[in-house]
Design a protein around this ligand. Structure first.
Ligand code: F1P
Length: 584
């Protein structure tokens, strides 16, 4: 949903911004641009395509000066064109800004500005803001006031980074999408996310909604609602190395390989705040989107089947329609902590008096700041657009929470075997690559699981469709006979997750039903019987039921990864997707 960045200091701004945009590219990658200020005025380069390709064609580093702003885009208003790429400017070419978010009233603003003679060159909502600021500059005493008058006229969501000719300062405004200020020595930064700054500073301020910030190379001031605001300076624990590929061909592969160690870190998480809020509750609501929603399904199963606690898992964007309004405790799960659908559910729940628990990978994120209790899943930066290690770390943390509640007789130590099992699977990646080779010519995939392997089946199908663009869907295995069996025929692949738990006999019957319809059956199992029934298979390590959701997700991540690579797709940057979905 767009990555934005700004810099003032003693370095070459275009270089800092270019490098930072590469780190933010997971947020959007259909076009990019940089504008810098030098003695010659403001110059900009923007184009469609990936940042490296634009750089190869246009050379961002020809932009001079030690102050500038940059943007990597995930189109919302207006197609993917050079004109729609950011930064955008006003009629005078003296104001430049980049924007993440959606301005809902941009059509009416554009109409009234057009009446005043403003001419627009793009179809974007962002360009309207530049002209609005220009208009406000005519009456405001200074640029900061003009910007605050302009944002007061906006509805929607935005993080804005703005500069103008004649002042060595950058201005920020936030209402929704994330924005952080990075504090260096003799230099200051701002960006949508921490990895863009890790090469330069670890001291950051999380800008809050309603904040208006002015920063120079060695100072900053923050106001909110016209009053001076104090914001805590945080020291981030992530290192620049953590956000590198470290020899792996892709971030996705690196992140898959980190999971054994990350599970151990997740299991060490402090869950006391969450447990204190959940203790004694008989009805718990969970909100999340995408992969995080699936980890919510694991949590639900643990709470309901092992603790007899009722748990409702609701997709973030459906929460406002599906909630009762009487929720006492809402658990929100989000890797980024910035997913707009999840955040709006949290805000709605809070308004109705619910206590909220945030389960996130990003300390300082909106979810982190807005929740009554938080748990850090400690997976480290996840750069690939598709979630991998955040799935397994979330499941580990949620299992720890469930097992810490009264009535639980399970031992968390059984989960530590998950790390070992993951290492064993990773050591046999070659077998999964060989499976991928055999499956890559097929077009339709069904993933089936039962009980605790069902969320992993959902996750496996999601990974495959996200990065290979093949048709993949998941079903609770028993559900196939209620409709989807009609789709099975030769060449349709059924990936069956068949761990030897109490669900095994039934899933073996379901696998037989698929085989009888000529589907190509692929088993991920530790059962001889399930493997014997299947045309293709991967022998899984035997694990305790609690470890199943984690351990069975890993080979499916690898399968999707190797298939994408064989199909010459970029697994780190799937088409049309962005990692941090900051619009509803
Ligand atoms: C939710 C999510 C991810 C998915 C993609 C889009 O993100 O659906 O699971 O991989 O990146 O967003 P989050 O709320 O867990 O950050």
């Amino acid at each position: 949903m767009c990555g934005i960045i700004g810099y003032i200091g003693y370095r070459k701004a275009s270089e800092v911004i270019f490098k930072g945009l590469r780190k933010l590219e997971y947020r959007g990658y259909d076009s990019a641009g940089i504008a810098t200020v030098s003695g010659k005025g403001i110059s900009a380069i923007k184009d469609i395509g990936r940042i490296d390709d634009i750089h190869a064609k246009r050379n961002f580093l020809q932009l001079e000066g030690s102050m500038g702003i940059g943007h990597t885009r995930w189109a919302t208003h207006g197609g993917v064109t050079q004109k729609n790429a950011h930064p955008h400017t006003d009629s005078t070419g003296k104001i430049y800004l980049v924007h993440n978010g959606v301005i809902e009233n941009f059509e009416s603003l554009r109409t009234s500005l057009s009446r005043k003679g403003h001419k627009f060159v793009s179809e974007t909502d962002t360009e309207v803001i530049a002209h609005l600021v220009e208009e406000e500059c005519k009456s405001a005493p200074d640029f900061g006031k003009a910007l605050s008058n302009a944002v007061a006229k906006l509805t929607g969501s935005w993080s804005l980074v703005c500069m103008h000719q004649g002042e060595e300062a950058i201005y920020l405004s936030r209402n929704g999408p994330p924005l952080i200020l990075g504090i260096g020595k003799g230099e200051m930064f701002c960006a949508s996310d921490v990895p863009a700054l890790l090469d330069y500073t670890k001291r950051v301020i999380y800008i809050e909604d309603g904040d208006l910030v002015r920063f120079t190379r060695d100072s900053y001031s923050i106001t909110n609602g016209g009053k001076k605001a104090e914001r805590k300076v945080h020291t981030v624990a992530w290192t620049a190395k953590m956000a590198e590929k470290e020899g792996f061909a892709h971030f996705m592969l690196k992140e898959i390989h980190e999971q054994g160690g990350k599970i151990r870190e997740a299991l060490a998480a402090d869950v006391s705040g969450a447990v204190a809020l959940l203790r004694g509750q008989q009805n718990i609501a969970v909100v999340a989107c995408g992969t995080s929603y699936y980890t919510g399904l694991v949590f639900k199963q643990l709470l309901q089947s092992r603790l007899s606690v009722n748990c409702d898992v609701i997709i973030g964007s459906e929460f406002s329609y599906a909630r009762t309004g009487k929720e006492k405790v809402v658990v929100a799960i989000s890797q980024s902590g910035e997913t707009a659908d999840t955040l709006s559910a949290v805000r709605l729940a809070k308004k109705s008096g619910a206590k909220t628990i945030g389960i996130t990978n990003v300390t300082g994120s909106s979810l982190w700041r807005e929740s009554d209790a938080c748990v850090n899943i400690a997976a480290g930066p996840e750069i690939a657009v598709v979630a991998t290690k955040s799935f397994t770390s979330q499941v580990a943390v949620l299992t720890k929470i469930a097992l810490s509640l009264p009535g639980s007789s399970d031992n968390l130590a059984t989960l530590s075997e998950a790390s070992e099992a993951i290492e064993q699977i990773l050591a046999r990646s070659g077998e999964i690559e060989a499976l991928a080779e055999k499956l890559v010519t097929h077009n339709d995939f069904f993933f089936i699981g039962r009980s605790l392997s069902f969320p992993s089946a959902l996750e496996g199908a999601l990974k495959l469709k996200e990065i290979t663009y093949l048709h993949a869907e998941a079903y609770a295995a028993g559900e196939l006979k209620h409709g989807p069996l009609s789709l099975l025929q030769k060449d349709v692949v059924v990936v069956a997750l068949a761990p030897s738990d109490s669900s095994l006999p039934k899933i073996i019957s379901n696998m037989s039903e698929c085989r009888a319809r000529d589907a190509l059956l692929v088993a991920f199992s530790d059962s001889d019987e399930a493997i014997g029934k299947s045309a293709l298979s991967f022998r899984m390590p035997s694990v305790q039921p609690l470890a199943i959701p984690i351990v069975y997700a890993v080979p499916l991540q690898l399968l999707a990864y190797y298939m994408a690579v064989k199909m010459k797709k970029d697994p780190d940057k799937p088409r049309n997707l962005a990692k941090s979905v900051t619009v509803e």
